[in-house]
Design a protein around this ligand. Structure first.
Ligand code: GLA
Length: 727
């Protein structure tokens, strides 16, 4: 069950405090975390890694049973860093946490361990929670802080968790990128000192640096081997991940909400629960950790447990941008239907009455149809879609307004702003971010979706965009002594709205978009079905962007669209088959003007869509094996999906460079049943060409994985898709 929906059931199954006798073991099927929790003493983290028969031998192995699991300012020694700091009502900035109690509770697929700690002096309680899954090697950890001081306290730092690692040849992989160039894996050894990865956009957090990392414990990161830890902060706002190497024995990972400008004022009786930090360990390299996170996402971390296959769609944006008319939209419906699509999504540009949305400088906030562009309204479009046997979807940007909008004229108080300062304006020179801390604004945002779905129950899909950073760091709603709560309360407000929407509309597919992949994060995925991977649809660059994104996110969350050629951002000209094959490795869509396609392009897309639909169960819900990384500069890249039963697999291979006499290593497959026999069929064969010589051949699983096959990739942008089926 999705972890956020499950929380209401938790109270039912708490087991009374058990005799933990100082030793706490938090275990998943193949991993263990050991915590030394002696009553009245600091909580120590003793071990995290592979499950072994008697892990507590660690205390005889020359170890000092670790470092504080939640080092607090006032207790932690001066060379290490605190994960927690509170300024008490009397101004004291110290905290000395001692273990008071340990409880466990069982959920359907997890055991939650809650370690309650108290400050030695002030009435402050810190509960450190560990949720260990019984079905997958993932442990979620988070911190709950409460107090009964006379007045509010200030949380000056409040990490979700801290992880102590034995110092060694440990390498960090983190995703660094930018708009239209998201998720570039960046790898470096940990060296003495502090490495900080953070994002302070305010509203989105996955452009530039993303809140997911891996730590490879056996030297340079490897895809298929090596002890590897993954850490994912489930939060959509500002965050900070710190890796500190301050002594000869340890590295420390700290992860949480970025405290700069977010020191949180907490009233007596309130509980501050941090976002969850999901940890995974695998000795099968980065691939093993990715598969753990994907499984966890598909069963816990995404809406509907990530089950169910997604429809193939056409989105109007890059085809017609703001130039929407009823005729163009209905023509696009006809076109996508004729190629085998199932859903049509009308993007930006359909709304605005007093201020029609003809460019990005007006109308956000005015969610009424532009009758000049769409005289028949949304009704006519829903009807047209239905008549064609298509589903219909629509674009919204509910958390934003333009200064040029009827909304802003009526509610200037409802946008984030600083008292007495001029507004800083975003996209289009006029865009502002709504004040999601304000319950009235939360109602407004909920009502945008509620009214839309009540009026037009046929709407099956919403693209929820967020195209602005928080630049005006203040709220008219929050009291003057709570202004710094804004960054956190913004995201809590957003989540409250999403929970209301999901309670009423659990089945509408909602895409999480933020100028491309700005919100690809596990803070929001429990409420969304997928995210927009990037605004950059250049197929060559998409191989890289999708590769990086796949380290942490499953393919059914990754929206991937076939675009026009030459591609408008890069000017690159790419064959339609390459564009199709790259988009087919995730949730397939299309984003171009079909009327500009050649007959050859239409025919190839029709084949791609037909073949994709037949294989999408495996592509969207299978286990990912990354075979050859585009970052390895071998000249080609390859990945494959294998279903749980190892019955069906789909293999993708892309030519990234093309030189005479270039070396093309044999491709060794992965994830198959070694003793089974598989038959290979080529799919989406290039029109006008014959299938490759591999088509129709049978091989044993061990041959495919150990010996491998030659990849028939000749020429610029050559690509192949093979379906591999157990006989
Ligand atoms: C953002 C999205 C795009 C598109 C535009 C519309 O940039 O990422 O896909 O929806 O907004 O304005």
């Amino acid at each position: 069950m999705n972890r956020y929906l499950a929380s209401s059931l938790l109270a039912l199954c708490i087991t009374p405090a058990f005799a933990w006798q100082g030793k706490v073991e938090v275990s998943t099927p193949n991993t263990t975390m050991l915590l030394q929790a002696n009553e009245g003493e600091d909580l120590r983290m003793a071990y995290y890694g592979a499950k072994v028969s008697n892990p507590w031998q660690v205390s005889d192995a020359g170890d000092d049973l670790g470092f504080s699991a939640m080092p607090a300012f006032g207790t932690v020694d001066m060379i290490h860093l605190p994960a927690l700091q509170i300024q008490h009502a009397n101004g004291d900035i110290n905290l000395e946490l001692i273990v008071a109690n340990v409880e466990t509770r069982d959920e359907a697929d997890a055991r939650v361990t809650v370690i309650t700690m108290k400050d030695k002096l002030h009435p402050v309680t810190v509960r450190l929670c560990y949720k260990a899954y019984t079905t997958v090697d993932v442990i979620e950890t988070w911190t709950e802080i409460a107090h009964k001081e006379k007045r509010a306290v200030t949380l000056k730092r409040f990490d979700s968790g801290q992880l102590t690692l034995r110092r060694g040849n440990v390498w960090l992989t983190h995703m660094h990128g930018n708009w239209a160039a998201e998720a570039v894996p960046t790898q470096e050894p940990l060296t003495p000192g502090l490495k900080v990865i953070r994002n302070t956009d305010g509203a989105r957090n996955a452009h530039c640096d993303a809140p997911e990392i891996m730590l490879s414990l056996d030297g340079k990161p490897q895809e298929r081997n090596g002890r590897t830890i993954g850490a994912v902060l489930c939060w959509s706002g500002n965050y900070e991940m710190r890796i500190n190497t301050a002594d000869a024995k340890t590295h420390h990972l700290y992860a949480g909400i970025d405290p700069q400008s977010s020191e949180y004022v907490l009233e007596p009786g309130e509980t501050f629960a941090t976002p969850h930090l999901a940890l995974s360990y695998s000795d099968m390299g980065m691939g093993g950790v990715s598969r753990n996170f994907h499984y966890w996402a598909r069963h816990e971390g995404m809406l509907h447990n990530g089950t169910g296959v997604r429809d193939m769609l056409l989105n109007s944006w890059e085809g017609i941008y703001f130039d929407i008319t009823e005729k163009k939209i209905i023509d696009m419906m006809d076109d996508i239907k004729s190629m085998g699509g199932e859903l049509f999504v009308m993007d930006d540009g359909w709304f605005g009455d007093k201020y029609p949305r003809n460019n990005d400088s007006t109308s956000l906030g005015d969610w009424v149809v532009d009758k000049n562009k769409l005289p028949g309204g949304i009704e006519a479009l829903c009807k047209a879609a239905k008549e064609r046997g298509l589903k219909f979807g629509i674009w919204l940007e509910p958390e934003a307004a333009n200064t040029k909008s009827e909304f802003y004229e009526k509610h200037p108080d409802w946008v984030l702003q600083t008292q007495g300062r001029e507004l800083k304006l975003g996209r289009g020179g006029t865009q502002l971010v709504l004040d999601m801390t304000n319950p009235k604004v939360q109602d407004f945002v909920f009502n945008i979706v509620d009214e839309m779905l009540t009026k037009y129950p046929e709407i099956a899909y919403i693209k929820w965009d967020a195209n602005a950073s928080i630049q005006n760091c203040g709220s008219k709603y929050l009291a003057s002594n709570k202004q710094q709560n804004m960054y956190v309360d913004y995201h809590r407000g957003l989540v409250k709205v999403m929970q209301r929407i999901r309670a009423k509309y659990p089945d509408v597919v909602i895409q999480d978009c933020a100028s491309g992949g700005g919100r690809a994060n596990y803070g929001l995925l429990p409420y969304f079905d997928e995210f927009w991977t990037s605004d950059n649809n250049d197929a060559l660059q998409r191989v890289y962007i999708q590769w990086g994104t796949s380290y942490f996110f499953p393919s059914n969350a990754m929206a991937q669209h076939i675009a026009g050629s030459p591609y408008h951002m890069t000017g690159r000209v790419m064959p339609i088959k390459f564009r199709c094959d790259v988009a087919m490795s995730g949730r397939l869509g299309m984003e171009l003007q079909p009327r500009n396609m050649t007959d050859e392009e239409r025919a190839q897309c029709t084949t791609a869509i037909t073949d994709y639909k037949a294989m999408r169960q495996t592509i969207q819900l299978g286990n990912l094996y990354r075979l050859v990384s585009p970052y390895d500069r071998e000249g080609y890249a390859s990945l494959m999906y294998v279903d749980d039963a190892r019955q069906n697999a789909v293999l993708f291979a892309y030519k990234m460079e093309n030189f005479i006499n270039m070396t093309m290593p044999r491709l060794q497959l992965d994830g198959l049943d070694a003793s089974a026999t598989y038959v290979i069929h080529e799919r989406n064969v290039k029109h006008g060409d014959k299938a490759s010589s591999l088509d129709g051949k049978t091989f044993t699983g061990d041959f495919l994985m150990q010996v491998g096959v030659e990849m028939p990739l000749d020429g610029d942008y050559a690509s192949r898709v093979f379906e591999i089926t157990k006989q």
